[in-house]
Design a protein around this ligand. Structure first.
Ligand code: C5P
Length: 209
């Protein structure tokens, strides 16, 4: 059977996670948040007390990551995200995780993959590519509100600096930098609700499906 793939990329906290889940649910497609594969690799290294700068070690751990067992709650911690973006610069780690992501992308009847390099590297032939973005200020504000919403305290300036640092690392790396694919539809959610973004995404998908 054939599979239909929707590739969704963009920087941290742009809303692509929520959007990807809504799209997967709407079309009955399988969803993979590829950031979790980098996070799971990073967490396994941290838990085992292994270094984050040894490419061969990190690759071995990356090859052991089980896509079925990825849990957002366990992997959401800030230190894990930081460590993930450090090991994500290593080509051997990326090769290992991209192989698993590509296998996932062929599941029938369709798949939604979200990350940084889905439209450019993982699934360059995906019939629908979305690049979801928002200004760094808006993304930091959403993170900040989310943390306050959970009853915790947060420092807006620190979060803002963090968002910018993560962008620099993701956009500046040599292997698979974050950037829109030439044929991606840009969706700037800075002044858009999640409902509006979902509507816009559905129009794009329905025109191709
Ligand atoms: O999206 P999330 O914050 O969970 O991703 C964590 C880190 O994993 C990102 O900062 C990025 O460096 C890396 N990543 C990547 N390629 C992907 C998904 C995530 O390099 N496709």
């Amino acid at each position: 059977t054939k599979s239909f793939t929707i590739a969704i990329d963009g920087p941290a906290a742009a809303g692509k996670g929520t959007l990807s889940r809504l799209i997967a649910e709407r079309y009955g497609f399988h969803h993979l948040d590829t950031g979790l594969t980098y996070r799971a690799t990073a967490k396994a290294l941290l838990d085992a007390g292994l270094p984050l700068d040894d490419e061969a070690v990190a690759e071995k751990i990356a090859r052991e990551v089980e896509l079925a067992g990825l849990d957002r709650d366990i992997l959401s911690r800030h230190e894990i995200g930081e460590a993930a973006s450090k090991i994500a610069v290593m080509p051997a780690v990326r090769r290992a995780l991209v192989e698993a992501q590509r296998r996932f992308s062929t599941k029938a009847p369709g798949t939604v993959l979200d990350g940084r390099d889905i439209g450019t590297v993982v699934c360059p032939d995906a019939p629908v590519k979305l690049y979801v973005t928002a200004s760094p200020e808006v993304r930091a504000r959403r993170r900040y509100d989310e943390i306050l919403g959970k009853g915790a305290t947060a420092d807006f300036e620190a979060i803002f600096e963090d968002v910018k640092r993560r962008d620099e690392r993701d956009m500046g790396r040599a292997d698979s930098p974050l950037k829109p694919a030439d044929d991606a539809h840009l969706l700037d959610t800075s002044e858009m609700s999640i409902e509006a973004a979902f509507q816009a995404a559905q129009s794009i998908i329905d025109a191709v499906l």
